[in-house]
Design a protein around this ligand. Structure first.
Ligand code: HAM
Length: 420
């Protein structure tokens, strides 16, 4: 049996995922953000209403099926819609604090064409903030995303744009009028987008150099004075925070719910090719209301963890590695109780210990020590028990030290395990 196309097992890369988890904890603690976990499976309608029927993600990429009760259900393609549903259903807005910040991480599913950095099951770390729009909040969210990458030792390039909420219909019409004469020269995807989701034509990877797109009106040209002032204020906050960014006038983001400031973090194309966007997000001021909640604006972002792992490897950043402190070799099955009890006592004090469960064949046991990359090895045999002494052999340098079998503190000292 093989895994499904576009899905993968995480085996050797666990250390990179652990690194990402540590960085997530660092930033969410620093920003004091609560964790939220929502179901992986939701009613299909949530995504149709939340993300827009005409977006590629909803129209072509969802894993949707009927459950045994004939209800249409969908494996979540992203985290925002489910978080908003929970926010409304669990009345999280009734909490005393005015600004509600939550984060999540977990698997998402999109039936996409698999390629480098694009999978059918992938993982996201996302943050959603429910609060009235404020340039300082949007800048803080961009800073969080940027600093998360720095915490990992990565440098991401921040691109921002502002989609006009007030003039979206007028802008969409102007864009369509501009593109109409060139329609048959656009790629097939863009021709399909023209009717349903024309804004997406702007950030098409195939047509990005097309003259008609280069000369097209941009969302920024259609902003109200108030929206322009807001966007300028976000930029001055980012300048003050010394966070480098560029304004990408053509960035529209793939999902329908965006209403204002949008942003993406990218890494070099040399690392991830066209899938070099490691995070995306922005304001979705109407989604809570659209899904039946109060009129409460919100903003957020999500990182794709697999893309971060590729970037970490490309930057030669070492993964989290917890080497085995001690491997206890056992010469004789009769000593397994002594070995087990020693291993247990050391483990309870925080040491990472493994042992041979079958005595005998030393050659095999030495192989196990090498395979497990243990820092120290000790051989427990009848002699050691008789003398009450065990020898800890350092596996990285030629050194060894004998220690009394009942001297746990000394053993932990040799292993370098700090304990109370
Ligand atoms: P998104 O841009 O669709 O936004 O996805 C966010 C990130 O998830 C992408 O930048 C990418 O790193 C990763 N990603 C997306 N699809 C795949 C895939 N097939 N394989 C691997 N990685 C992928 C959202 O999902 C929004 N919910 C973000 C958001 C939160 N906006 C506001 N709040």
């Amino acid at each position: 049996m093989n895994k499904l196309k576009g899905m993968f097992d995480i085996t050797a890369d666990q250390g990179y995922y652990a690194l990402v988890q540590n960085a997530i904890q660092t930033v969410v603690n620093a920003h004091h953000i609560d964790r939220i976990d929502t179901p992986i499976l939701e009613a299909s309608e949530l995504f149709h209403r939340g993300m827009g029927d005409d977006t590629d993600v909803v129209s072509k990429e969802t894993y949707t099926f009927l459950d045994r009760g004939d209800r249409s259900v969908t494996l979540r393609p992203e985290g925002t819609a489910g978080v908003v549903r929970a926010f409304i259903e669990d009345k999280l807005y009734a909490m005393p604090d005015a600004v509600k910040k939550v984060y999540y991480e977990g698997p998402m599913f999109r039936y996409e064409r698999p390629q480098k950095g694009r999978f059918r099951q992938f993982h996201q770390f996302g943050v959603e903030i429910f609060a009235l729009p404020a340039p300082a909040l949007d800048a803080d969210l961009c800073a969080l995303a940027y600093d998360f990458m720095s915490t990992l030792g990565l440098s991401g390039h921040l691109e921002i744009n502002q989609l006009s909420k007030s003039s979206k219909p007028a802008y969409t019409e102007a864009l369509k009028a501009h593109l109409k004469p060139h329609l048959n020269t656009l790629c097939p995807d863009c021709q399909a987008r023209y009717a349903k989701n024309p804004l997406r034509i702007l950030d098409c990877k195939v047509d990005h150099a097309h003259e008609a797109i280069q000369s097209a009106p941009m969302p920024l040209d259609y902003m109200s004075d108030e929206e322009t002032a807001y966007f300028n204020r976000v930029q001055s906050h980012l300048d003050a925070l010394k966070i480098p960014y560029t304004v990408n006038k053509k960035m529209v983001r793939g999902l329908d719910y965006y209403t204002g400031l949008v942003f993406e973090l990218k890494v070099d194309e040399a690392i991830l090719g066209h899938q070099n966007t490691v995070a995306g997000g922005g304001r979705y001021d109407e989604l809570v209301k659209t899904l039946g909640g109060p009129d409460l604006p919100a903003t957020g972002f999500a990182f794709g963890l697999e893309r971060l792992v590729v970037a970490l490897k490309a930057a030669n950043i070492p993964p989290v590695d917890h080497p085995l402190d001690l491997y206890i070799m056992v010469l004789d099955d009769a000593l397994s109780e002594t070995a087990l009890s020693l291993a247990r006592r050391l483990r309870l004090k925080g040491a990472r210990v493994d042992l041979a469960y079958h005595g005998g064949a030393m050659k095999k046991q030495f192989k196990a020590v090498a395979h497990k990359n243990a820092s120290f090895a000790a051989i427990l045999g009848p002699d050691e028990v008789e003398k009450g002494l065990l020898t800890f052999k350092n596996q990285h340098v030629d050194a060894s030290e004998s220690v009394a079998l009942d001297d746990l503190s000394k053993m932990l000292e040799i292993l370098g395990v700090t304990h109370d």
